[in-house]
Design a protein around this ligand. Sequence first.
Ligand code: NAD
Length: 360
Amino acid sequence: METHVLEAMARGGFERVVALHDRRSGLRGFLAVHDTSVGPAFGGIRRWSYRGEGEALRDCMRLARAMTQKCALADLPAGGGKLVLLDLPDVDWERAYEYVGGIVEEHAGRFFTGPDLGTGERELGWVARRTAFVARPGPEGPGELAEATAEGVFAGIAAALRHADGEEDWPRRRVVLQGVGEVGRRLALRLRRAGARVAAADVDARRARAAARALDLDVVDPSRELELPCDVFAPCALGGILHDLSIERLRCRIVAGAANNVLARAAHAERLHARGILYVPDFVINSGALVRGALFQLQGRREPLERIGAGIGATVTELLERARLQQAPPARVAAIEARRRVELRRAAMRPALRGADEGP
Ligand code: NAD
């Protein structure tokens, strides 16, 4: 299938899409910068085994655009970007990540990067050899990013329960977690502390068993995770898991989790709505790491977890209320609001840019 990159960029309002190839390490990948109209772009580094470069490019662009939406809804003076690396055999990864650091450095602060699937502390350390525009692990950095994400998702789930039933009532709740990795297990801890029952599924069975032992969770076979009756299904693994077939299998009342791009297509929000399932959009609920990373890079402050949770909880409450009034799916309402804010910001910047172009 032919890929019309320029057309896709124009339609999606992208500023820059770069194809990366490093002869020394064998790295192949893409960088997408979606929006820097009000501040630098933020986006992590995803390393994944894609079926082909077309899929990797589409994922890169989708994720970068979602970051712009996240920034707009979190009121951050920043935009979205993303780096996607093809997880191919025979790549010298240490050199590859150093090379990526060089690419980030070339953007001179217009693009900040950090962790994502396949990129953890070790890899970020390699990136940091070439650039300071990366979230550093350890005491020099913004603090635990997965903690911030889990805190925001927990607050968002609480807000969704209050919206649906008027109260959280944790001891009566059952939550099914898909994925107990960095965010999933931190979310499980919060849910268990609050008193909810939690069932966890992970394709890595050892990881699932370890989390279950440590946190007293029920372990679920990943093939059954979608159809377990529960209050909340929390996707904390990969994107694209809710599509025509899987949505029909759901037996939950609320979908709210950390995974990016949970819906295979935006239209699936309508199907969830029609089925009476409250879907809290990923780009609203999972912005904790972005908030923490961006505030640290832009203002040098370490945002406390409680404030991150309170902010995301309030945004989710407001969004769900607005969606109820409009009788529309929250994802549609959130996407329209994000677009409105981005357009406003771009329009506000235009006179300044025109002035600069005209010169003295
Ligand atoms: P992770 O790799 O640490 O954990 C993902 C877990 O999901 C792994 O344990 C994996 O085995 C499991 N998994 C994969 N496919 C599965 C399936 N079909 N069923 C059950 N389990 C499955 O990743 P993470 O950092 O915890 O991130 C989870 C999701 O949240 C990702 O989509 C990521 O993009 C998103 N996210 C993460 C952050 C963050 O701060 N880490 C921030 C925003 C969004």
